[in-house]
Design a protein around this ligand. Sequence first.
Ligand code: HEC
Length: 141
Amino acid sequence: MNTSFQSKASWTLLVLILMQFVPLNRINPRITAKHELNGNAQHTLKKTCYDCHSNETQWARLAYIAPVSWVISSTVSSGRTALNFSKWQNYTMQEKKLLRKKIEWIVLEGTAHQPLYYALKTSKALTHDENQVVLQWLNEL
Ligand code: HEC
């Protein structure tokens, strides 16, 4: 091992260590609205969408190690901004209608929405029956 490699390696290590101190918004904000979702649909959505689209994110262990944590934290932030089931009740009728279309589209699309997440967490993908539960809930909205 030559010295330049060693010094590069130690710089890399130092940077990796320093990265761990960058503060992140990895909290689950308080749930402000009661859920209006029906029990079955909520159970299903909880399993498959809530990690990114609710204030009930179950943070993976990797979510604590930079720089992976940065990617996860920003994915969850933009996911919550696009759709937050914890705030479902606060959406206007108009917003719900729009989201309903988009949710339907994403459920039909399956794991093509966030393929990396579903590849790593295979148990989170929806089965055919679970798809139907969500689609039925959307129909009843
Ligand atoms: C790993 C994180 C993650 C998971 C799991 C996830 N999403 Fe998303 N979702 C995102 C992110 C990030 C965005 C915003 C960027 C984008 O549109 O891709 C988003 C966007 C959306 C949007 C808005 C799309 C638009 O065009 O405005 C909807 C609706 C949505 N997701 C529904 C779902 C549903 C339903 C599930 C569960 C079946 C789900 N998502 C699971 C991360 C996720």
